[in-house]
Design a protein around this ligand. Structure first.
Ligand code: ADP
Length: 374
């Protein structure tokens, strides 16, 4: 009987698991939030992932439950595990991708390099942190943030007054030093339940307005020692937290060459989309293999360079699919991935991958194909 993998969440990450699931003969099922989502093709159920009964019913028909996002509540996850459901990544790991304060505290215990940070329960504590860090800092809501929502650079505590006002009793915000990074990197690890893992090459990511815009794999100009350091950080955290499936560590690189952990994702990640077409095993296939406890595939690049360019927004006056021919025409090596979403300013609606030998030409081709969707 086919292995049945249930994915909670019907976004583009679930969508991109469908093709490799078909190839491997995995029966993939998706619990989607709504009708007509990106992963509609495999959506066997529509319902609320915060509702235990809904998730329990979905989980009853699959061999392993995994995720398109990190928002399934801990009590739901823990109830499933207690009932014997295989959940990967499990709640003990996932909590460190769900709450940035928990993450910072745990990374400190693991000795991972990270920015100075503090738990700030009110404006006075935030102001004290800012005063101790040159008068500026980054304040973050610990939960529910994505794509830069829930992140603010501030120089006065009252700039976070609305967030403090919205906190529940006993909750707090995360304050971080404003890292003078020269660029952002990401390290991905795939890890099986038995601890076996493979590391992808460290990549460079470029964010625009807090949203991932472009990724270059491997990260240009990273020397062997830095690449090894990024891989070591990724593996130590993956092992330390017991992550299963695809794991991404977002990193800052500073002018003096230091690497600091920004945040963690326990699922396929935008920084790994290049691997669909540029690595021996794409991250969506790898995620399925890891959570289903199948042998992992190689993570080596199949070309010297791969560039992924996100399509942000999409055409203002047309549907995404209207522009696919132009994107394909932009370069015969452009691999176009659409998410089945309606265009909307700033929204991630697709991406383009190009792999090849010359970085400048690879990047130009990827940008040209993505620009066909403007
Ligand atoms: P999200 O969870 O919304 O992706 P992140 O914590 O990754 O939020 O922050 C989004 C972006 O904000 C980062 O990619 C980085 O560009 C910037 N950023 C976050 N934290 C810091 C920091 N401590 N110093 C400098 N820039 C930061």
């Amino acid at each position: 009987m086919a292995l049945r993998v249930g994915v909670v969440g019907g976004g583009q990450l679930a969508r991109m698991m469908i093709a490799p699931a078909v190839e491997l003969g995995i029966d993939i099922r998706v619990l989607a939030e709504d009708e007509g989502m990106s992963a509609q093709l495999a959506a066997t159920e529509v319902g609320d992932y915060r509702d235990l009964d809904t998730v329990r019913r979905f989980a009853a028909d699959v061999d392993v439950v995994t995720f398109d996002h990190e928002h399934v509540p801990q009590d739901v996850l823990r109830a499933l595990v207690a009932e014997g459901v295989a959940v990967h990544p499990g709640p003990d790991a996932l909590r460190f991708a769900q709450d940035k304060l928990d993450m910072r505290a745990r990374l400190a215990e693991l000795g991972a390099p990270q920015p100075d940070w503090a738990r700030v329960a009110g404006p006075d504590e935030l102001q004290a942190f800012l005063d101790a860090h040159g008068g500026r800092g980054v304040v973050k809501t610990p939960r529910g943030g994505y794509d830069g929502k829930g992140v603010r650079v501030v120089s006065r505590a009252d700039e976070a007054a609305d967030w403090f006002a919205g906190l529940d009793e006993g909750d707090a915000l995360l304050a971080e030093e404003l890292v003078p990074f020269v660029r952002e990197l990401a390290q991905q690890i795939a890890r099986r339940p038995n601890g076996e893992s493979v590391a992808y090459p460290v990549v460079e990511t470029v964010q625009r307005d807090g949203v991932c815009a472009e990724v270059t794999a491997p990260a240009p100009g990273v020397d062997a020692a830095q690449a090894a350091e990024a891989e070591r950080i990724g593996r130590e955290i993956a092992d330390g937290l017991g992550v299963t499936g695809m794991f991404a560590v977002e990193l800052f690189q500073t002018a003096d060459g230091r690497i600091l952990v920004n945040e963690l994702a326990m699922r396929p990640h935008n920084s790994g989309h290049w691997s669909q077409d540029g690595a021996v095993t794409g991250q969506f296939e790898q995620h399925l293999r890891a959570v289903a406890d199948l042998p992992l595939g190689g993570a080596a690049p199949i070309a010297p360079w791969s560039v992924m360019v996100n399509v942000l927004g999409g055409p203002a006056d047309a549907g995404m699919l209207d522009r696919v021919p132009a994107a394909l025409a932009a370069s015969p090596r452009a691999k176009v991935h659409t998410y089945g979403k309606a265009p909307r300013p700033g929204r991630k609606v697709g991406h383009v991958n190009v792999s090849g030998a010359e970085l400048d030409a690879v990047r130009a081709d990827a940008r040209a194909a993505a620009a066909a969707f403007d």
